[in-house]
Design a binder for this molecule. Sequence first.
Ligand code: CP
Length: 306
Amino acid sequence: MIYHVISAMQFDRSKLDDLFEEVRDMEGIVRKGRSTLLSGEIMACLFFEPSTRTRFSFESAMHRLGGRVISTDNASQFSSAIKGETLEDTIRVVASYVDVIVIRHNEIGSASRAAAVANVPILNAGDGAGEHPTQALLDIYTIYRELGNVEGITIAMIGDLAYGRTVHSLSYLLANYRDVRILFTGPPETPIPASITDYLTEKGVRFEYEPDLASAAKRADILYQTRVQKERFPSPEQYEKVRGLYLIDQEIVDLMQPHARILHPLPRAGEIAIAVDEDPKAAYFRQAENGVYVRMALLERCLRTN
Ligand code: CP
């Protein structure tokens, strides 16, 4: 069976625990130097939307494991998509050149469509406002590394809960852990989708709407800040209405519990003050680094379980 990573919903607790054990091993590999574990394998990065972290960390992960990479960072312009080629045709062809495909696309469901026609593993690196499962995996791993546990935590998801795909995937993953409480801290214009809250209800996860950032900061173990996804709004006016409503600055940091941490999938667009970066509670750059280790483990899974 091909090991695709399409949705965070495909991970149960035992798969997560196994994966994170391997991620720790990958940290060790990076500390010691390079590995040849994936020598001879080729990964394609097919990115129809911009990326810094996801694409570079996947590429770094593959290089660190001895594999090779072919990549397009602007596939909507520099692939035959611009000539009208369907996503399915592109995937069939690229799959015949490589051993694994990492895809980011602007349409919800695109990774699933790719997996339906691919004979190599597909890794969803973000499908529009849908999901970003590999980001959510590194988010959970970061929570483990920062707090020592995921069970029993209170996490505030802040900002654009409607279009922020990392929030969707992270909500799905959190449903695997006991006694988690999620605070949805965002404006009414960008609510968490009902599909997510329905899932949380079905899984018995406690969640509530806490629109006040100061209250959320006092209560949460993790503040998961997100960017307002300008590119997904139907009009600039609608974006302007919600831009800049939630800012984590020193005043907010001072309200947090001593052990609490700030995460952000990045990039940020002003929603965390730069002055906060040096505070030990600011874990977002460590979180971005964890992306390499998590993606190394995922690539190993994809390419060594076939
Ligand atoms: N977190 C994240 O997906 O970042 P990039 O858009 O830079 O890949």
